[in-house]
Design a protein around this ligand. Structure first.
Ligand code: ZN
Ligand code: ZN
Length: 336
């Protein structure tokens, strides 16, 4: 029990982000732990919430779902001060998908910072089962694990094989994560983005071969790609991506759009294409990301575009949202 005033990063309504000093009484139910938040990553979801583009969001909302922190007290095998990544997907454990080992698509899922208040505040309580040890990482690196786990999950969903030709369309943070983990699996990865500027920046930062700005350019005279990942967030781009899939290949939809996606059934059928959805991430995906960062396989310095304390965010949120095409990850620091 603790009733001091704490700052909270709140989207009050679309277009208005403030730091609100709230008297927060934090309950810590059985099986939960109190966490001192260290770093919070900003992502497309946060910008969508800020812009009022999120499909089902209730305002006001404390944002923040890409979270690292330290145990505020011993709990469930953790010791006070231990650095953890918080898995922000609170699943029910009893629904159909949970009982089949897929809490990432729990039908009652509550994502911190989306369905319920998030972690852009110095202290929150979360279920102990949602904590993942992050020793060996910096708090900033630990805050990048969640968004990278989305990419790692997509790669795991794709059943990629060593040497597969892979195309990643849309090289925002999620697409970059997909590309990095596909490459770690031994795939031959090509990138596609409508922005040549962004494509060039990502290619040089992460040492990928020259990419393309169109499906036709990416496929060229070749047979297409064994696995295509869509991370564009655009209906037309998702539809265009079907043509990049090789015969016998797989198309993984990582991004989500609100429109209906259509495709040519004969083209789909003659390829015997596998169409795969990929949502959130599983514990095993988080584990893969953590070990890859520890092994030095992920250049987290190149992923972090900017860092700032929470009190600077109200003045900068609008500009960050508008310029997000030229940013990868912005990290908000609340503690060390
Ligand atoms: Zn995110
Ligand atoms: Zn469930």
């Amino acid at each position: 029990m603790n009733a001091t005033t704490r700052p909270h990063g709140v989207v009050v309504e679309p277009g208005t982000f403030v730091v609100e000093h709230r008297v927060a009484q934090i309950d810590v139910p059985d099986g939960w732990a109190l966490i001192d938040i260290c770093s919070v990553g900003l992502c497309g979801t946060d910008y969508h919430i800020f812009e009022g583009k999120h499909p089902f969001l209730e305002y006001p909302r404390v944002i923040g779902h890409e979270l690292s922190g330290r145990l505020a007290a011993d709990a469930g095998g953790f010791t006070k001060g231990d650095l953890v990544v918080i898995n922000p997907y609170l699943s029910c454990g009893t629904c159909h998908s949970c009982s089949r080992g897929k809490p990432n698509c729990c039908t009652n899922i509550e994502v911190l910072g989306v369905h319920r208040d998030g972690g852009m505040t110095p202290q929150i309580a979360v279920p102990i089962s949602n904590l993942i040890r992050a020793d060996g990482l910096s708090p900033q690196q630990a805050a990048m694990v969640e968004f990278l786990a989305i990419g790692a999950h997509a790669v795991n969903r794709s059943r990629i094989q060593h040497g597969d030709k892979v195309l990643v369309t849309g090289v925002g943070p999620i697409g970059i994560g997909v590309a990095l983990f596909a490459r770690l699996r031994g795939a031959d990865v090509s990138l596609l983005d409508v922005s040549q500027e962004r494509l060039s920046a990502v290619q040089s930062a992460f040492n990928f071969p020259e990419g393309s700005t169109s499906v036709a350019g990416a496929v060229g005279a070749g047979n297409g790609f064994d696995v295509v990942f869509d991370a564009t967030g655009h209906q037309r781009a998702i539809e265009a991506g079907f043509a990049a899939v090789a015969f016998g290949g797989t198309y993984v939809l990582v991004s989500v759009v609100k429109e209906t996606v259509t495709f040519s059934d004969p083209e789909f059928h003659k390829r015997e294409m596998t169409l795969v959805g990929s949502r959130n991430a599983l514990q095993s995906d988080f584990d893969w990301v953590l070990s890859a960062i520890k092994a030095g396989d992920i250049d987290t310095d190149a992923l972090c575009s900017a860092q700032m304390p929470l009190d600077q965010l109200p003045d900068r949120m609008k500009a960050l949202a508008e310029n997000r095409g030229s940013l990868i990850k912005v990290i908000i620091t609340l503690g060390e």
